[in-house]
Design a protein around this ligand. Sequence first.
Ligand code: UT7
Length: 334
Amino acid sequence: MESGNRKEPSGIGIKGIGAYVPEATLTNSDLEQMVDTSDQWITERTGIKKRHRASPDQATSDLAREAALRALDDANLRPSDLDVIIVGTATPDMFFPSTGCLVQRAIGATKAAAFDISAACSGFLYGLSIAEDFIKTGKYENILVIGAETLTRILDWTDRATCVLFGDGAGAAVVGRVGDGRGIISTFMASDGSMGDLLKLPAGGSRMPASEATIRNRLHYVKMEGNKLFKAAVKAMANAATRVLEDSGYTGEDLDLLVTHQANLRIIDATAKRIDIPDEKVYTNVHEYGNTSAASIPIALAEAKRKGVLKHDMLVELVAFGGGLTWASVLMVW
Ligand code: UT7
């Protein structure tokens, strides 16, 4: 890689990656039997063909545990090597203990401090950014960053505008020192709380505790203003995608691979166009998993690595957008 006025990698990056998705799937034709929708509408508007669904006995921490063990295996590390566990999720097992603590117990990461971050679909990239900065301080060596969701648990299966979009899954990355010339070059995080109402789960928190009325009014399900969110997503993803490139002296043409949050193929295409990166360098798997929120980027990374698409020394950009609103990006040498 050229240097000049380009920013060098920090030497802190992803040492191991792993993902887990539940076996059961829901296809677009399955959904045609449940709500007034069609395979054609879902495919044309989103690119989604199917999504995976957790079994009744699986909660978010169960999916996270599997992804975590696979990431540790990939990094050749044991749970006891972890200093911190960070879980990005919008669908924790419960309010507390945090899903991070549940994973810590489940994998026996005895010396790790664990916590969750609430940044919806941007959760994994927020976690990656936090992990890099934690390691930079010299205080921590190995940090497990997980994005894990069981979104099918909070979907209103009578609302065709949302229930066709989301799926369950988990992805995890062990972040640590990867050596000179590799790792994270730049990170970026942003939020705009003024547009938070576009995507939310209204009830069950301190604002609107669970009651008979909240259940009757279906307020424990995802509410989304899809079209307004779509416009915000295109703008925010473009902003995030350009920020880390500009910050570090690169352009889209320098990239070997773009891995974005997998919500909608049209949003991914618009982001790729904004930074002039050709289709063959854009990894997509939204057709297979739907929108898995915080899990989508690490699932895509693990899959791209397994398929041999993601290789050492590639310049990779990660870009996310989600409820909050939140958006984020990371530029790294893999
Ligand atoms: O994870 C990060 C956050 N999420 C996102 O970034 C998602 C952003 N939004 C989107 O991806 C898109 O807005 C959607 C895929 C959700 C919707 O696509 P759209 O092109 O924005 O459609 P729309 O909401 O404007 O709806 C168009 C039409 C409406 O009918 P009318 O009013 O034109 O008659 C909807 O009622 O499509 C109808 N519609 C459906 N039709 C069949 C909405 N959902 C469905 C459905 N099947 N499942």
